[in-house]
Write a new protein. Structure first.
Length: 114
């Protein structure tokens, strides 16, 4: 879903937090630290994409930069928020016109995250 805003991602996180009842396997390992990490990651990604737009980075440079940022948040790789993060990256790239990345292309950036 390209076009997902920061507020939509934040709302998704808050809704997930409210709906958490301890029975969902996807959330068994989700902690308050994970939610904080998601918030930090969102801010970092938005900043990277905005900066890339201003610097006119080529697609490969932006992808490498985004991949490095994702590597700093390995706990999010297998979290239920990964899809929302991918949507946000695709949306922000479209918004700034930095580089057009599909959600599938963003998904590939997670491959080096351990």
């Amino acid at each position: 879903m390209v076009g997902m805003s920061y507020d939509a991602v934040r709302e998704s996180i808050q809704t997930s937090e409210k709906n958490y009842n301890g029975e969902s396997p996807a959330f068994e390992t989700t902690t308050d630290d994970d939610f904080a990490d998601v918030e930090h990651l969102i801010e970092r990604l938005k900043s990277v994409i905005s900066d890339a737009s201003g610097k006119k980075l080529i697609p490969q440079e932006l992808k490498q930069y985004l991949s490095l940022v994702l590597q700093e948040y390995p706990n999010i790789k297998n979290s239920p928020f990964r899809t929302s993060i991918n949507e946000l990256v695709a949306s922000e790239c479209e918004k700034y016109g930095a580089v057009t990345l599909s959600e599938d292309e963003v998904e590939l950036l997670w491959k080096d995250v351990v």
